[in-house]
Design a protein around this ligand. Structure first.
Ligand code: C2O
Length: 526
């Protein structure tokens, strides 16, 4: 293994310019140590999160502002120093403060250790494909508008594939991303959803996609026409260039199972076979309708861990902490809100709307600083929850900076139930510092008596971000083997802003190498 040094300069690129504004892809190998010096050249505070990197004992390098570090102030820098332990695949990095990740994001490619093959035939070529959103106005203005009015923000003005809305879009003149292929060869696309607020379908005309990995964990390969990918998720697919020639449209379109906002912008790109004439017509593809819940469910239900001898699924078989969290949106009074008739949209987990601290939680924890957070995050909802399709009477939330405390190496089963209120869409929940196994999923109310009997404890998919289905639930399991403070939140940025977030505090273990390491000397101060 080796040590890789990177330097990221965070700088402003006009959001009006339709150019490929992604940041660089970070390449590494499993077990490498990575040092990224991030230099802040903008007028905003920034921090960078390496989404999905486990950061074993190095929470200081995880990146969420005010959770594991104070932000890097304008003119300052910070070196993120971490070792990639036992992970290989595609992940993403992104700014983790306010809405800056709209434009400050990029891919992470972790190759297997030298000489170790993929558990599938090696592709001819690999391509990172970043799906994102594009806004005409500055995202800072968009978020300010949303928080002041109490209502949802403007939807984005376009989706993008590798920085471009594409040849078939409202910005058609801008061309788009083209993937050149040779007939008979196989390509691996490393798909990343870096969008702020939308789950996306991904499809290529005339080609099947073979899914081989999600969130940097191998899955049992399966073929599909359409991939569903939520913000924060990554998916590796193999595409066989099994046509002889021609141009084929690639489409990334939003999924929301009962749309309330008008937002139907499909981003497009082109797969172009070598030798195809420039005048050849592109074969179009019809993306699934926005509310194609059946397509979304079929994809989700096909995901299984590879669970091979080399890559066994280490699903915890026993449970120390049995948690049930309701996740969802609600309405709270807001006399000062300009719009929204004196009320505002809030979001919560177990009726707690998380309040961001002004000091990083991890620092407060490490230095035993009192008064920054409390450890009384409820293991169960304070009101009995019953999803009937109509809003229950328990929408009111309390505010707090509450964490849930876990003993080192304890096992957790967490059922997350969507309240189905206001916004009928999946909540892609991301847990920092861990991968988890998605052992169960259902629509309607979770039944603690009957549903656990149906859990898959053999080969459930392992990932770091999972959609809690609209009006339904998912059950995940993980082992708390990483000491520190770990954020968990909805990866729809607007929901995070509204408070759909909490954190786990994992204690140090007693053995060697079971404690959080001390903070680096250049850790930013608040
Ligand atoms: Cu990709 Cu806490 O985020």
């Amino acid at each position: 293994c080796m040590v890789r040094h990177y330097k990221f300069n965070v700088s402003v690129i006009s959001v009006f310019t339709l150019i490929d504004f992604r940041g660089p892809t970070l390449y590494a190998r499993e077990d490498d140590t990575v040092l990224v010096k991030v230099v802040n050249h903008v007028k905003y505070n920034v921090s960078i999160h390496w989404h999905g990197i486990r950061q074993i004992r190095t929470g200081w390098a995880d990146g969420p502002a005010y959770i594991t570090q104070c932000p890097i102030q304008p003119g300052q820098s910070y070196v993120y120093n971490f070792t990639i332990t036992g992970q290989r695949g595609t992940l993403l990095w992104h700014a983790h403060i306010l809405w800056l990740r709209a434009t400050v994001h990029g891919g992470i490619v972790i190759l297997p250790k030298r000489g170790v093959p993929y558990p599938f035939p090696a592709p001819h070529k690999e391509v990172v494909v970043v799906l994102a959103e594009w806004w005409k106005s500055d995202t800072e203005a968009v978020i300010n508008e949303a928080t002041k009015s109490g209502l949802a923000p403007n939807v984005s003005d376009a989706h993008t594939i590798n920085g471009h809305p594409g040849p078939v879009s409202n910005c058609a003149s801008q061309g788009g991303f083209t993937l050149p292929v040779q007939s008979g060869k196989t390509y691996m696309l490393r798909l990343i959803n870096a969008a702020l607020n939308e789950e996306l379908f991904f499809k290529i005309a005339g080609h099947k996609l073979t899914v081989v990995e999600v969130d940097a964990t191998y899955v049992k390969p399966f073929k599909t026409d359409t991939v569903l990918i939520a913000p924060g998720q990554t998916t590796n697919v193999l595409v066989s260039a099994d046509q002889s020639s021609g141009k084929y449209l690639v489409a990334a379109s939003p999924f929301m199972d009962a749309p309330i906002a008008v937002d139907n912008k499909t981003a497009t790109a082109t797969v172009s076979y070598a030798g195809t004439l420039s005048t050849t017509q592109t074969t179009l593809t019809i993306p699934p309708p926005k509310n194609a819940t059946a397509v979304a469910n079929a994809f989700t239900n096909s995901l299984r861990s590879l669970n091979s001898k080399k890559f066994p699924a280490a699903v915890p078989k026993t449970v120390d902490h049995n948690l049930f969290f309701t996740v969802g949106l609600g309405i709270n009074p807001c006399p000062t809100c300009k719009a929204g008739n004196g009320s505002r949209v809030v979001a919560s987990i177990n009726n707690v709307t998380f309040v961001m601290p002004t000091t990083a939680l991890l620092q407060a924890h490490f230095f035993k600083q009192k008064g920054v957070f409390t450890t009384d995050f409820p293991a169960n909802p304070p009101h009995v929850f019953n999803y009937t399709g109509t809003p229950p009477a328990n929408l009111a939330t309390t505010k707090g900076t509450k964490v849930y405390r876990l003993a080192y190496n304890s096992t957790v089963q967490l059922v997350m139930q969507d309240t189905g209120i206001i916004s009928p869409e999946n909540h892609p929940i991301h847990l920092h510092g861990f991968n988890f196994f998605a052992v169960g999923r259902g629509i309607g109310n979770y039944n603690p008596k009957t549903d656990p009997k149906k859990f898959n404890l053999v080969d459930p998919v392992e990932r770091n971000t999972i959609g809690v289905p609209s009006g339904g639930w998912v059950a995940i399991r993980f082992r708390a083997d990483n000491p520190g403070v770990w954020f968990m939140h909805c990866h729809l940025e607007i929901h995070t802003t509204w408070g759909l977030k909490m954190a786990f505090l994992v204690d140090n273990g007693k053995g060697p190498n079971q404690s959080l390491l001390p903070p680096p000397v250049d850790l930013p101060k608040c």
